[in-house]
Ligand binder design. Structure first.
Ligand SMILES: Cc1ncc(COP(=O)(O)O)c(C=O)c1O
Length: 420
């Protein structure tokens, strides 16, 4: 056959009716499968992000206009700044003066004075040469890890999913070490040295505060081990930023700034906004803004989010009030829960009330809802089997009475479920 006859035959074939082969997807079957494996999740709207809120009774329904308010003990808005008038005003002002959206990637026309000012403030707070903001904390971790292209990453076994995904996408060999264990890290590095063929680039990455266990990574020990092998250290301060003096996280609090090469965090938790940041040396930041694909190929952080984050950061640096209230509430709640006989893990503002069995955790959470307390159950695979828990997170804006009410509700629900 000639070329012409060949392509004619191909065209004819394409026009012939084909026996339908389904090459599509079956989301219903996949959902059913998740349902069967108890992995199905639902959205559940609230009417506002605050210590007191109305929650939709049915995930598919709307939030009632007038129903009773519930006390939220589950948000990452630890300082209660998401409902702070000063922060709301700063967001509105940036929408008016700069724009409701950035309109383009920062590398095109989406870079504004507002972004620069926030980055200067973050760098000052973190005591680094420079900082860069991304559109989410997730995008920051993925962008930084892929741009660094490490040969080997040493990663804590409980690191956040965005670190796990960043490691996967970076193509690095990922060595997972035991949770919060600097000796396990040292052993993993020892084993790697034995296998090393070439000069490799190594990165140790860890959360500072772990979101489900509420504990703190042994950062000093981790830095020591990393230094022995010449590795870089990257710390994710998502659950610590803004909660320590001068708006800092654990890295600053433990005076480790000079030993941590990459400080990362979110603007979305204590800073009550949206977005993520990375702080480090001038050259590192300049490189990342060129090479981190989630920065380069994504629209710049929206100016209202920039304004809100900057105001929250200012508040956490200049005013101790909400931080003092948060830690006071944390102490009361932790002591009260432990006093009632609950097993409470962690050392931070995150109080994991560990129940063990997943059904028990769900039942306890349901009973608490009847008492007006929202504290969802966290089950496998998010946490290891046998450690289902309620992740209780008090806020600075809970009153003394509300903390008391939460403790009474736990005591009552604990007794009716037989957990106490
Ligand atoms: C430790 C940690 N890192 C990163 C992120 C992602 O941050 P964001 O929610 O701003 O995308 C989270 C969010 O839950 C987190 O807990």
């Amino acid at each position: 056959m000639t070329d012409d006859a060949d392509s004619l035959a191909a065209r004819e074939r394409r026009r012939e009716p084909r026996r339908a082969t389904d090459r599509g997807f079956d989301p219903a079957a996949r959902l059913a499968d998740r349902e069967q494996r108890d992995l199905r999740r639902d959205l559940q709207p609230v009417d506002r992000v605050a210590a007191r809120t109305r929650v939709a009774p049915d995930p598919r329904g709307a939030v009632p206009d007038d129903g009773e308010q519930q006390l939220l003990f589950a948000a990452n808005d630890y300082l209660g700044l998401a409902s702070d008038e000063r922060v709301a005003q700063a967001a509105a002002e940036k929408a008016h003066t700069t724009g409701s959206g950035s309109g383009a990637s920062r590398l095109l026309t989406g870079d504004t004075d507002a972004h620069r000012a926030l980055e200067r403030d973050i760098a000052n707070a973190k005591k680094t040469e420079r900082a860069l903001v991304f559109s989410s904390g997730y995008a920051t971790n993925v962008g930084v890890l892929t741009a660094l292209e490490p040969d080997v990453v040493f990663s804590d076994e409980l690191n956040h999913a965005s670190i796990v995904d960043g490691c996967r996408l970076s193509g690095a060999e990922t060595v997972v070490y035991d949770h919060a264990d600097a000796d396990a890290l040292a052993k993993a590095m020892d084993r790697q040295v034995d296998r090393e063929t070439d000069e490799e680039s190594w990165l140790v990455v860890t959360d500072s505060v772990f979101s489900m266990d509420g504990d703190i990574a042994p950062l000093e020990g981790i830095c020591e081990e990393a230094e022995r092998y010449g590795a870089w250290v990257m710390v994710d301060e998502a659950h610590a930023t803004g909660l320590y003096e001068n708006g800092e996280g654990i890295v600053g609090h433990e005076e480790l700034t000079d030993r941590v090469h990459v400080q990362m965090g979110t603007l979305s938790k204590a800073l009550a906004s949206q977005g993520g940041y990375v702080a480090g040396s001038e050259k590192l930041i300049e490189y990342l803004l060129n090479a981190a694909r989630s920065f380069v190929f994504s629209t710049g952080l929206a100016p209202p989010a920039v304004g809100a984050a900057r105001e929250s950061l200012r508040i956490t640096r200049e005013d101790d009030t909400c931080r003092t209230q948060l830690w006071r509430n944390v102490k009361r709640l932790r002591e009260g829960l432990a006093g009632s006989g609950f097993e409470v893990w962690g050392k931070t503002q995150i109080l994991p009330v560990v129940v063990g069995d997943r059904t028990d955790a769900e039942t306890l959470s349901d009973r608490l809802r009847e008492h007006g307390i929202v504290a969802p159950a966290i089950r496998p695979p998010t946490v290891p089997e046998g450690t289902s828990r309620l992740r209780v997170a008090p806020m600075a804006t809970h009153t003394e009475d509300e903390i008391r009410h939460c403790l009474d509700a736990f005591e009552a629900a604990g007794r009716t479920t037989g957990i106490l």
